[in-house]
Design a protein around this ligand. Structure first.
Ligand code: SF4
Length: 346
């Protein structure tokens, strides 16, 4: 395989608070290759959004701080890149789309002006070229009658159309990497499906890499090539989407998959809650909630990522190490208990 476009290695991100240091991301590693979609999935508070925002140093510093590790993008180290260079890169080669399109749009400027402005920041184009590009992008993201709507203001767009406009802004400078953080969560289900289809089409058309942050495994199944499963600031499992859905290796991944709505058979909930990011448990972070935990899970550090022989997957679980047998995870009952309320509890 070619060199990755983005390589995150042993990244640590912390927040200093009055009551102590929150280790939001604590030594995670993953790669993103050109033209692929990597989904980062996990519960709220798992560190997935902090990871996404740390890539272009969008986390507020202070109180946030990249405390260690490396983020290499196309051969350039981003963690210590001078701010001016990073600002040039952000929006031009790496673009972000966030959950709330309202917050990304300025209510006093037209949609067209805001898309063209992104372009003017990074390219030497005339006003007319900027406007034509805005119309073209609105057209490509599926805004009908783009020539007319380019002159409208955000309040004249519906929620789904606003998110399409934000995606058009993100694409204005033809980025190599699009980082989309829960971009469909605030939208209703039918619009969500349209936006996912749109992102998939645009990825092919623009030959982009995409990092897609979500808590929704249904979305992962729709859009991912590879998956990174995060829990309490650590990566629990990563691998090819088909392998991971076919035969999840980590007890946490298995439990997440069993929580999905529409599951055949009994759905489960994962008992307990995420551990404190200030005082995480020794050993595996998942051990207080794991029905497969053994003594070795409760001491030392998070287990290393063990590569599975049978599939393109790596799993942070002692049962994949020397002297253990991962079959216990696959043969025993799953982590969690049967859901009685019909809802997802994570
Ligand atoms: S390392 Fe132990 S606690 Fe963690 S997932 Fe594996 S069995 Fe469970």
């Amino acid at each position: 395989m070619s060199d990755p476009l983005l390589s995150v290695d042993d990244l640590k991100v912390q927040f200093n608070t009055d009551t102590g240091v929150v280790k939001a991301v604590d030594g995670i590693s993953f790669d993103v290759h050109r033209g692929e979609t990597v989904c980062i999935v996990g519960e709220s508070g798992s560190g997935k959004s902090v990871t996404a925002e740390s890539i272009t140093r969008l986390i507020p510093q202070p109180p946030g701080k990249i405390a260690g590790g490396s983020i290499e993008f196309d051969g350039m180290e981003l963690t210590d890149m001078p701010t001016k260079e990073l600002l040039d890169l952000r929006g031009e080669r790496i673009a972000h789309v966030f959950q709330n399109p309202q917050g990304a749009l300025n209510p006093v400027y037209t949609i067209g002006h805001q898309i063209a402005e992104t372009l003017h920041l990074h390219r030497d184009v005339s006003k007319k070229e900027g406007r034509n590009r805005a119309i073209d992008l609105l057209d490509r993201v599926g805004i009908p009658d783009a020539t007319k709507r380019v002159d409208e203001y955000p309040h004249e767009f519906s929620g789904g159309m606003k998110q399409r406009a934000v995606i058009a802004m993100a694409l204005a400078a033809d980025p190599d990497l699009l980082i989309a953080d829960e971009p469909t969560t605030a939208l209703d289900v039918s619009i969500q499906a349209q936006i996912l289809d749109l992102l998939r089409d645009l990825q092919e058309e623009f030959d982009m890499s995409v990092i897609f942050v979500t808590h929704d495994l249904g979305v992962v199944a729709e859009i991912a090539d590879r998956v990174v499963v995060m829990y309490a600031g650590k990566v629990m499992e990563r691998g090819d989407v088909f392998d991971l859905f076919e035969d999840p290796g980590h007890p946490y991944t298995r439990a997440l998959l069993n929580c999905r709505p529409g599951q055949a058979g009994d759905r489960t909930v994962i008992e307990g809650s995420l551990p404190s990011a200030m005082n995480p448990p020794d050993g595996c972070r998942f051990n207080p909630r794991c029905s497969h935990a053994v003594e070795e899970c409760r001491t030392g550090e998070q287990p290393p990522m063990y590569e599975r022989q049978s599939a393109d997957q790596a799993v942070s679980c002692v049962h994949y190490g020397d002297g253990f047998d991962p079959a216990v995870i696959h043969e025993d009952g799953e982590t969690g208990t049967v859901a009685t309320d019909g809802g997802v509890e994570q």
